[in-house]
Design a protein around this ligand. Structure first.
Ligand SMILES: Cc1cc2nc3c(=O)[nH]c(=O)nc-3n(C[C@H](O)[C@H](O)[C@H](O)COP(=O)(O)OP(=O)(O)OC[C@H]3O[C@@H](n4cnc5c(N)ncnc54)[C@H](O)[C@@H]3O)c2cc1C
Length: 468
């Protein structure tokens, strides 16, 4: 078998792999990029972008339910052509995929971009497309795939995943969404708003991974008004005359299709990682450092969803950069990771920032809260639902984290994340300007509530203004 040598071999041309390649190119090293399956990234093909396109259509269509309040005539007569809606989602998706390919692999010669699945022969030797590649360093960026229980595969295309959902030409009449984490909840709500009879199931007693009990109960209440949520029991499937009966404890429903969104598994099982000689966890993920991305003490790095750690896009990008940098420079430089930021684009948005509820030391933490019901701007928008909870260190007033379900949560979460990154206190935040009437006034109210509960107070007589 033909063998050739490169400085760095990157396995996977998703977001993590492409970011790694950027670092290797910048360092002027020779490399090869190897990708099995469809190129174009999970984000653009079957992830962030088509899901957000679907959410947008669903939200715009759902807005008709408010129009009667303004005296808009004919809003009740609005209908949706779901085939056209799906075509729109597919067209946008294709645009995003083309854009990724145009900026990355389209013009790469076959010796630099190999389209095949790779596997390890030795820690620095790979096999792909009938050739062997000896690499000074290797980056594993193979992403993840939807987890589907073996027994559910017998239902064929009646059980959908995010790999197949966006391909639908038309929407089914009824659907069960099993798994109400970020992906299941976003898509379940959108499908409901697009007219599908959706029933949601999750074995946990919470949705969207929410940990704060106040936020969780508010979210379950709000989302539960749109479609039934059956929580706390494992769902089972059975064939019923060509349809599917979904049963969880006492709850049972017969549907046309099931969206299986119970989690994702790292694509590591085909790589023959046992040759690395490092411990693998139960998902097959090799022991690695989250700050250097190094696997054991080998010249091998891992990045993106393949790590199973932080399966979101900006983290995959960061990990790709760290892995690519270290692989290209022959270093194991550690990099500080960013403050955690999670956004669920359901309506209202569900977000978590910084330290999570379960990790807080409750005796040393102050909690501020605002309900969105009376917030002026939220009321004007017809979106005054939800709750925002902010956490700070009681003694120093330093902001630690937040969880929320509320309008424009995606923006509030960014503001909070940036403030936590800067190590700011509640008092310092209250000295920032807040325009009127904006949704940030809800954050201001939560901060006032929090400020009352922390020991550190602003000096100079006025909380909001610094004396000259
Ligand atoms: C429905 C959905 C919605 C999402 N929404 C958001 C969102 O709104 N915001 C957000 O931040 N994140 C979101 N994500 C997560 C985000 O898309 C992922 O975290 C990110 O795309 C992971 O990038 P990656 O480079 O690790 O993997 P990928 O982009 O999956 O790339 C991995 C590549 O490696 C290839 N490969 C696998 N095995 C091999 C092998 N043995 N040899 C060679 N190649 C191989 C794969 O075929 C693939 O092309 C969403 C995900 C999904 C599924």
């Amino acid at each position: 078998m033909q063998e050739r040598s490169v400085d760095v071999a990157i396995i996977g041309s998703g977001t993590a792999g492409l970011n790694a390649m950027g670092q290797v190119r910048r360092a002027g090293r020779s490399f090869v990029l190897i990708n099995g399956g469809e190129p174009g990234t999970t984000c653009a093909r079957v992830g962030c972008m088509p899901s957000k396109a679907m959410i947008q259509v669903a939200e715009d269509y759902h807005r008709r339910t408010h129009l009667g309040k303004y005296g808009v005539d004919g809003h009740e007569a609005l209908t949706l052509d779901s085939t056209e809606a799906m075509e729109h989602v597919q067209e946008l998706r294709d645009t995003f995929v083309d854009r990724v390919l145009g900026n990355s692999t389209d013009d790469m010669p076959p010796d630099l971009f190999i389209q095949d699945y790779a596997r390890f022969v030795e820690p620095t030797l790979l096999e792909a497309a009938g050739q062997r590649i000896r690499a000074g360093a290797i980056v594993i960026a193979t992403g993840s795939r939807p987890l589907v229980p073996e027994g559910w595969r017998t239902f064929g295309d009646r059980v959908l995943t995010t790999d197949t959902l966006f391909e639908l030409e038309d929407l089914p009449v009824s659907m069960a969404v099993i798994g109400l984490g970020t992906i299941g909840l976003e898509l379940g709500q959108s499908l409901r708003r697009l007219g599908v009879e959706v029933t949601g199931f999750d074995q946990l007693q919470t949705i969207a991974g929410i940990q704060d009990p106040e936020v969780a109960s508010c979210a379950i209440d709000l989302i539960g008004k749109e479609f039934p949520l059956h929580l706390g029991q494992t769902a089972e499937l059975a064939d019923e005359n060509g349809r599917i009966r979904v049963t969880a404890g006492e709850q049972s429903v017969v549907v046309d299709r099931v969206l299986c969104s119970i989690g994702r598994v790292p694509n590591l099982d085909q790589l023959n990682l046992s040759v690395l000689g490092v411990p693998l966890d139960e998902r097959g993920v090799p022991e690695h450092s989250p700050t250097t991305m190094q696997v054991g003490d080998l010249p091998v790095f891992i990045a993106g969803d393949a790590t199973g750690d932080r399966p979101i896009l900006h983290e995959a990008g960061d990990e790709g950069k760290i892995a690519g940098f270290n692989a290209a420079h022959g270093t194991v430089q550690a990099f500080r990771r960013k403050v955690p930021l999670f956004i669920n684009f359901c309506d209202p948005n569900i977000c978590a920032v910084g330290m999570r509820w379960n990790d807080l030391r409750q005796d040393e933490t102050a909690v501020g809260e605002i309900r969105f019901a009376p917030v002026g701007r939220a009321l004007i928008m017809g979106k005054n639902r939800g709750v925002l909870r902010v956490y700070a260190e009681k003694q120093s007033g330093r902001l630690l984290g937040a969880e929320m379900i509320g309008p424009k949560g995606e923006n509030l979460a960014h503001l909070l994340c940036w403030c936590i990154s800067q190590g700011l206190t509640v008092g310092e935040l209250l000295r920032m300007p807040f325009y009127h009437p904006v949704i940030e006034e809800a954050l201001q109210a939560a901060l006032y509530d929090l400020y009352r509960k922390v020991e550190a107070k602003n000096s100079g007589g006025l909380t909001e203004l610094e004396p000259l």
